[in-house]
Design a protein around this ligand. Structure first.
Ligand code: GAR
Length: 209
């Protein structure tokens, strides 16, 4: 099985979905570590109760690079082959991202490339969109910009507000993430394609800077 480390900052409901999916004997990945930059993150308790190794290290008082190095070292020592971000609300340094090319995934609550960053639900509502959703993508240095591996569209219902929409999108996230991660680690996605996409994005970035 592919070994994955999950990084969280809070509630950890996507982490729980990933953990529970991994209990299926046919699941192609196993969770070897759950790490957090928030020592009292709710999700850490759940992971520990499920018998998963946890690592909590606050970023406070550390430079971004120093904190990322601590996380990277713990992830490497756990033997993880993939880093799976699940509500990890820290921007990662280019150095850290560069250590996991094509091996770090994130879930974002919008139909990327729309609404990178925060407040995705309200922005979709304000724009008068008739659908919102979630995306799983590879992580590249630019925020929420990496190649999209999968998306679920969620219809916006009359009377929706940011909270009701977030709640429904979260249900979709819990289905999407384990499913996309499972396909990804079994490399239904062609590794050459992935690295090509990552390189293409890096080149495009260089040109705009
Ligand atoms: C999820 O909705 C996830 O998509 C979002 O944070 C929430 C975490 O919930 N992530 C981002 O906004 C990343 N930019 P969880 O801790 O219950 O999984």
């Amino acid at each position: 099985k592919a070994r994955i480390a999950i990084l969280i900052s809070g509630r950890g409901s996507n982490m729980a979905a990933l953990l529970y999916a991994a209990k299926d004997p046919n699941c192609p990945y196993e969770v070897v570590l759950v790490g957090s930059n928030v020592p009292d993150a709710e999700g850490l308790k759940l992971a520990a109760a499920e018998g998963i190794a946890t690592l909590a290290h606050s970023h406070k008082g550390l430079s971004r690079e120093a904190h990322d190095d601590i996380m990277h070292q713990a992830i490497s020592e756990s033997g993880a082959e993939y880093v799976v971000l699940a509500g990890y609300m820290r921007i990662l340094s280019d150095g850290f991202v560069g250590k996991w090319p094509g091996r770090m995934l994130n879930i974002h609550p919008s139909l990327l490339p729309k609404y990178k960053g925060l407040d995705t639900y309200q922005r979709a509502l304000d724009a008068g969109d008739d659908r919102a959703g979630c995306s799983v993508h590879l992580v590249t240095p630019e925020l929420d910009d990496g190649p999209v591996l999968g998306q679920t569209e969620v219809a916006i219902v009359a009377g929706d507000n940011a909270d009701s929409l977030a709640e429904r999108i979260l249900i979709a996230e819990h289905q999407l993430y384990p499913s996309i991660l499972s396909s990804y680690v079994t490399l239904e996605a062609d590794p050459e394609w992935i690295l090509g996409q990552v390189r293409e994005r890096a080149l495009a970035l260089e040109e705009t800077h």
